[in-house]
Design a binder for this molecule. Sequence first.
Ligand SMILES: Cc1cc2nc3c(=O)[nH]c(=O)nc-3n(C[C@H](O)[C@H](O)[C@H](O)COP(=O)(O)OP(=O)(O)OC[C@H]3O[C@@H](n4cnc5c(N)ncnc54)[C@H](O)[C@@H]3O)c2cc1C
Length: 324
Amino acid sequence: MKIYDVAVIGGGSAGVMSAIRTVLNNDECLFFPGSPLHKKRSRAFWVTGVENMPAHLSFKKGIDEPNKISLEWLTNGPFASKFHWKKNLGVEKISQDSNGVFTLTDQKNQSYQARFVILATGVMDVQPVIGDSIEPIFDYANVQLADYCLRCDGHHVFGKKTAVIGHQSSAAWVAIMLHERYQPPSMAIFTNGETPQFDQDTLNLIEKYKIDIHQEKIQGIQGIAKEKVLKAFVCAAELIEVEIVFIALGMIVYNNLAKMLGASLDQRGFVIGDTKGKTSIDGLYVAGDLKANTKKQIYTAWDTAVDSADEINQLIRRKKRMNS
Ligand SMILES: Cc1cc2nc3c(=O)[nH]c(=O)nc-3n(C[C@H](O)[C@H](O)[C@H](O)COP(=O)(O)OP(=O)(O)OC[C@H]3O[C@@H](n4cnc5c(N)ncnc54)[C@H](O)[C@@H]3O)c2cc1C
């Protein structure tokens, strides 16, 4: 079976940048962007307007649209022979033999081999259950009235009655930071039926900033998402005015392929990589949101991808140099 230089798993910001850098380094790249289901469960899919990065304002889907342009260029450009795009395919299984070669199996049960793997399968934000379903929040997420990322979208709360959904300290800190940065007209935390787990220092700030804590389950949302209007949350038969909400319930980490190989994970399940993305498994690199201790941002996804692809290229060049 043919052995590719590098297999890139994931087609979000980190996966596409890994593919670009690998191909431009003139290494042969096998690229799995994932099945439609993988894509729908990825953060890239849900990103609409990107305002915190130069030159992105014109894209309606700030990750998918520019990625598509680059992938088409790779397919038709001068390095096309180095780029093997397995459209709509995800990797279901992965193993490594005693020579360090990886075998990857896609969901059609076809197998491939590669000497190096860059894993960029990302994470997903946990969604709040409202009524009995996670569906109600999606319409508002699509129009950025429900946001997930403080660094990307925190500025949206400016001048708006704001709420945060979450019960851990991290949720309280989202509320505190948003208050300190933008002083929205009101700030509430909805723990949605959970007991708040805020320490005393956090509680002191919550009191100081007059942040209301609502512990009852959220029963419904009032607003007209398609007109970009959020009005209120229904909570214990009371209407609480909310114009924008941040979800701070943690993340689901897509680490199953890393687990299959026995790669080291941190306590939250993120894959541990060194400064170049090298994991505890020889030849396995991690990039993007899946990597432990990174800012979960597009530009960090790009940077970690470049680090991994360049380090792999250095190893490939060194081996060729020794054999020449
Ligand atoms: C609503 C929202 C708005 C955001 N806005 C911004 C913003 O404005 N600016 C900013 O910098 N950041 C923003 N972010 C963060 C940004 O989306 C992430 O940092 C970025 O998407 C991380 O890229 P990634 O490639 O690591 O993961 P993802 O984008 O999540 O991509 C993961 C990829 O892995 C694939 N995949 C998963 N499993 C498999 C498998 N088994 N086989 C093959 N492929 C697989 C998926 O199909 C997907 O292509 C936002 C996030 C959210 C949720």
